[in-house]
Design a protein around this ligand. Structure first.
Ligand SMILES: [Zn+2]
Length: 159
């Protein structure tokens, strides 16, 4: 594989991976690497709090907790720009669209993870933050309209 088109950097929720140059759509960018664990060992690792387990099929799970596994730094997003495919027990990440330099590379961890680990209302991906900001703006607008109406009523009463 060519030198990595991304670098490790500070993201909103810890470390993340950021494109250092434009990356074309459907380009393979990384592999999720680590020892393969059988079901028994994977369950043990999970019980110990390992959050970097990647289940590749009903028999094998990749333990990606080593820092050398760069793919462990992809953060979750509800609007991801990379996805993965599993080929003969190996996990490869590829881009879903053209990526601009500086853009963070993000991956959808799956709805179970979102619900159980992150918590749906706690997600800090850019889409969720944008939605929250929009909701806050709408609420402010509603409040504002109410205030304006109340003020008009007062004026009518005073007149
Ligand atoms: Zn989100």
């Amino acid at each position: 594989m060519a030198p990595r088109p991304f670098r490790l950097g500070r993201a909103r929720t810890g470390l993340g991976l950021f494109a250092i140059r434009a990356i074309k759509k459907r380009k393979r960018v990384a592999e999720y690497k680590g020892p393969r664990l059988n079901v028994k060992d994977a369950l043990k690792a999970e019980a110990r709090g390992n959050r970097y387990l990647f289940e590749v099929n009903s028999r094998w799970t990749i333990d990606g907790k080593a820092r050398s596994n760069i793919a462990r730094y992809f953060n979750h997003s509800c609007n991801p720009n990379i996805d993965c495919t599993i080929r003969s027990g190996r996990v490869f990440f590829y881009t879903l669209r053209n990526i601009k330099p500086g853009e963070e590379l993000t991956f959808h961890y799956g709805n179970d993870y979102l619900k159980n680990v992150i918590g749906k209302s706690n997600c800090k991906c850019s889409r969720c933050l944008r939605r929250k900001a929009k909701r806050a703006r709408e609420l402010r607008a509603v409040r504002k309209r109410k205030e304006v109406r109340a003020a008009a009523k007062k004026r009518r009463k005073a007149a």
